[in-house]
Design a protein around this ligand. Structure first.
Ligand SMILES: [Zn+2]
Ligand SMILES: [Zn+2]
Length: 225
C-alpha cells in the first residue's frame, strides 16, 4: 500500500516500486507481460493492504481465507436457503419417518437426527421458558419456543455400496499387471469378491446421511409443551 517508485542516485527512475508500509520492493523483471511496470506497481500497492469483502468492500481480517465478510456470507446463505425452501417439496412431520437435518441444531450430531422422535426429545430438553432463559443456557443450544425452526431438511441414508474386485485390481494393481490384464486373469478373484460381498453385507446398518434439499419437513405442531 502507498506504493512509491525508487530512483537512482543520478535521479533517474530505477523502475522499481516499494510498498509504502513494509518497504518490500517489487520489480517489473518478475513479469513477462508488456505492462510489467504497471503490474509491479500494482503488487507494491497490494502489499500490506488488508483484503476487502468482494461484495460490500468492508475490510477483512488478514489471512482469514474468506473473500467476503461474515455479514455478506450470512446474507447470501439466507437467500440461497430461502430459494431452496421455496423450490422444495413440503412434507408435514407427521408424514415423514426418515432422518432429518437442521443447521440450527448443530450441537446435536452436527445437526443430524435419526428421526423426528429424536427431534422431539431434543426440543423437550432444549426449549426453555422465555422468562427463564439466560445467555449461558443458549451456549448449550437452548432456545425459546418462538425460535424453533419452521422446518428441517430430509436426509438420505448413505449405505455402503458394493466393492467390485475389478475396481480394486484396477485401482491398486494396475502398475504391476501385464497390459490388458484384470481381475478375471488372477487366481482367487471370485473368492475375494465373495469375501467383499460378505464384508459389505455385515456392515449394512452403518450409514451416513446426506441432506436432501428437495424435501423440507415442516415442524408445525411437532413440539407440544
Ligand atoms: Zn508491504
Ligand atoms: Zn461484505
Amino acid at each position: 500500500m502507498n506504493a512509491f517508485e525508487l530512483f537512482m542516485p543520478d535521479g533517474k527512475s530505477a523502475g522499481i516500486y516499494a510498498c509504502g508500509k513494509c518497504r518490500l520492493v517489487y520489480s517489473p523483471k518478475w513479469f513477462v507481460e508488456d505492462n510489467a511496470s504497471e503490474l509491479a506497481m500494482g503488487q507494491a500497492e497490494k502489499c500490506c493492504r488488508p483484503p476487502v469483502c468482494n461484495k460490500c468492500g468492508v475490510e477483512l481480517p488478514l489471512h482469514n481465507g474468506w473473500v467476503s465478510c461474515d455479514k455478506c456470507r450470512r446474507e447470501r446463505g439466507m437467500v440461497e436457503e430461502a430459494s431452496r425452501f421455496e423450490k422444495a417439496e413440503k412434507i408435514s412431520w407427521s408424514d415423514w419417518d426418515g432422518p432429518v437435518y437442521c443447521e440450527e441444531f448443530a450441537g446435536h450430531h452436527d445437526g443430524y437426527f435419526e428421526n423426528l422422535e429424536h427431534v422431539e426429545e431434543y426440543l423437550n430438553d432444549h426449549v426453555m421458558d422465555e422468562t427463564e432463559i439466560e445467555d449461558s443456557d443458549r451456549e448449550f443450544g437452548n432456545i425459546v419456543e418462538a425460535e424453533i425452526p419452521k422446518y428441517m431438511w430430509a436426509c438420505i441414508r448413505n449405505k455402503p455400496g458394493r466393492i467390485d474386485v475389478d475396481d480394486l485390481v484396477e485401482g491398486y494393481l494396475i502398475d504391476w499387471l501385464p497390459e490388458e490384464w484384470g481381475a478375471k486373469d488372477l487366481e482367487g478373484a471370485d473368492d475375494l469378491q465373495e469375501a467383499l460381498d460378505t464384508f459389505i453385507g455385515l456392515n449394512q446398518d452403518i450409514w451416513t446421511y446426506d441432506v436432501d434439499y428437495k424435501k423440507a419437513i415442516l415442524l408445525d405442531g411437532l413440539y407440544k409443551r
